[in-house]
Design a protein around this ligand. Sequence first.
Ligand code: B4P
Length: 189
Amino acid sequence: MSRLIFLGVPGAGKGTQALILSESQCIPHISTGDILRAAVKKQTALGLQAKGFMDAGNLVPDSLVIDMIRERLQEPDALKGWILDGFPRTLEQAEFLEKLLQEINQACDRTVNLDVEDEIVIKRLVERGKESGRSDDTEATIRHRLQVYRDLTEPLISFYQSRKLLVTVNGDQSMDAVTADLKTAIGPV
Ligand code: B4P
């Protein structure tokens, strides 16, 4: 059983690697970005509130994301493990998660930091923007998302380091090489 958190700058490959690992470990891949994009597409109340923040490259307010995770982690498929991709993204979210996991008698096994330089992820995301039409994958918005990451998400690296949960993997390699390094770094959990 694994309970893993994936951290990293936008475009570091969190979603890509979380999907591969969730399939090989038969545990759900829980991506707050995917859940929010689906809500925007369906024009639910959550989606209507989230859209403006996402298009501008800002984080959606903690309160909206926190409620979403509280429900998702208590669904039956998440009882046997999970990979959290894109959550937590702020210290408030990380503190909430820590308390929630205590309440529901679960514990995170590892937090993975996928390390990739800014200029590399900018290239990746501009390419993805051209192919997918994702409205937050334009160069100016990507640069803003990177700044938001530095201001709000990067402090989580020391948060998880101090809890002895953090492992760092070089995300600037072929996808297969990243997966192999990731499996070694996570080890048997
Ligand atoms: P996310 O959906 O989490 O988007 P991301 O950070 O851009 O993607 P990721 O790092 O997963 O990159 P991917 O694998 O796709 O967030 C989007 C928005 O949602 C946020 O800006 C925010 O507004 C909102 N949001 C989400 N969670 C939130 C939260 N907790 N709180 C508040 N707001 C929240 O890879 C990117 C590209 O690189 C792909 O095209 C992929 O094919 C390519 N790639 C991957 N690995 C590669 C490799 N090894 N080599 C070459 N290319 C690679």
